[in-house]
Write a protein that binds this ligand. Structure first.
Ligand SMILES: Cc1ncc(COP(=O)(O)O)c(C=O)c1O
Length: 420
């Protein structure tokens, strides 16, 4: 069994408390309250550097794009810009945050399967480098709105279904995203774009799914994509999708192995003259983040189960409910104690399905304990919501023992702020 999926450098200190990024998480809970998302800055930087180093060892002609849907936080955009990454945005909101963080517009790639008029106007006004075209309707909309020339890639669904949870597979023919390869739609889109006076087709894109451990399907996807290539194709964007450890059983491939496979596949099927783009989200930020909660009730139902309820739940981590995603949990103020009580960690929401972790072994949980769930850095904050009027938690960056609030906790006033 592998280790707990903590950020590198996480340790149990002399008080028996977990430390993330050199910060005692129990002290952080006291100072900033719970629930809270904590991030190890070092882990984010080192994952970004692993991607950059893996490509740099092979070519100069590449870009690593931070798929910002995984953690749309201005400070995260700033951090990845500093590390030399470009950025993938999928809405006007993400585009606004990338620009606010100081991203050079030429390094921004705009996605989305239903870009609105105003989003396309913002793309034009801010000088976004590339737009990834997703539908025929969008081509017409862009031609109507943009002055051009606007460089575009075309999103293709190459008909490859990776072995991961079906809800997060987006590359099969039956998909709301992009143009299907198998029925000739992608070829028609390319013909259409090559005729466009406004849109300048420069490359191809696919993203076949997420939380992927079995990486061979990427090679098949690149091979299928190459059947569409022509002289115009200078850029091949092979999407994101690399899986991470959520539990001690998970053993995802290394970043280098994954980059190697994608790089080799592109060189084999497209030759040496194309620029390679990759779009990691989860694998940059997932294991960098943890969530801390306070235990509020311990309800033992003899012979059935024990529910340990915390002060968050489906409003701060929707993934267990959306995908049956599995997490670990630990009592962070007694991290050295033996985890010998099997319990179910529940949230505070008015849904029986509001279960964060089912059947997990904890060290005799008590009211007032600080419970930590690792690997919540990706798609936790970004999918957070106000169900039951729950204010969203703060995002706190931890580095060398310093904790910085980069997104403050929502307040009850914030909940009223939009009332007309
Ligand atoms: C187009 C695109 N690129 C990149 C990503 C990032 O995927 P991951 O977080 O699995 O790396 C996604 C995720 O949905 C996506 O839709």
């Amino acid at each position: 069994m592998a280790a707990m999926p903590y950020p590198a450098g996480t340790l149990t200190n002399a008080k028996g408390h977990l430390e993330v990024g050199g910060c005692d998480v129990v002290d952080l809970a006291a100072a900033f309250g719970t629930p809270a998302y904590l991030f190890s800055v070092e882990e984010m930087r080192s994952r970004a550097r692993a991607y950059m180093a893996a490509f740099s060892a092979r070519t100069d002609d590449f870009e690593v794009l931070f798929a910002s849907k995984a953690l749309p936080v201005t400070a995260a955009y700033r951090l990845f810009a500093q590390e030399g990454l470009s950025v993938d945005v999928a809405s006007g909101g993400e585009l606004t945050m990338a620009l606010a963080a100081g991203y050079e517009p030429g390094r921004i790639y705009m996605h989305g399967n239903n870009k609105t008029d105003s989003e396309i106007e913002l793309v034009g006004a801010s000088g976004v480098g590339h737009l990834i075209v997703d539908s025929f309707d969008e081509i017409e909309r862009c031609e109507r709105i943009l002055e051009g020339p606007q460089d575009v890639l075309v999103r293709v669904t190459p008909g490859i279904k990776p072995s991961t949870h079906s809800f997060i597979s987006t590359g099969q023919v039956d998909s709301k995203f992009g143009f299907a390869l198998e029925d000739g739609t992608a070829a028609r889109a390319i013909e259409r774009l090559l005729d466009s006076k406004t849109l300048n087709l420069v490359g191809l894109h696919f993203h076949i799914g997420s939380q992927i451990f079995e990486i061979e399907p990427f090679r098949l996807a690149v091979a299928s994509l190459a059947t569409l290539s022509g002289d115009w194709c200078r850029t091949v964007d092979v999407g994101g999708g690399l899986g991470i450890s959520y539990t001690q059983e998970d053993e995802p491939p290394e970043i280098e192995t994954y980059v190697d496979l994608k790089f080799e596949a592109v060189r084999e099927h497209f030759g040496d003259d194309v620029r390679i783009l990759v779009e990691p989200g989860r694998s940059l930020v997932g294991t960098a983040g943890v969530t801390i909660y306070t235990v509020g009730t311990v309800k033992e139902i003899p012979g059935v189960r024990t529910y340990v309820a915390v002060d968050g739940g489906m409003s701060d981590n929707l993934r267990p409910m959306l995908y049956d995603a599995r997490y670990e949990a630990v009592i962070a103020n007694r991290a050295g104690d033996e985890a010998d009580h099997v319990v179910t960690v529940a949230g505070s929401h008015c849904e029986s399905g509001d279960i964060l972790v089912r059947d997990v072994a904890l060290a005799d949980p008590k009211v007032g304990d600080i419970l930590l769930t690792p690997a919540t850095g990706a798609y936790g904050h970004s999918m957070a919501n106000n169900y039951n009027g729950m204010p969203r938690p703060p995002v706190i960056f931890c580095e060398d023992g310093q904790a910085t609030i980069v997104v403050r906790r929502e307040t009850y006033e914030d909940l009223l702020a939009r009332d007309a």
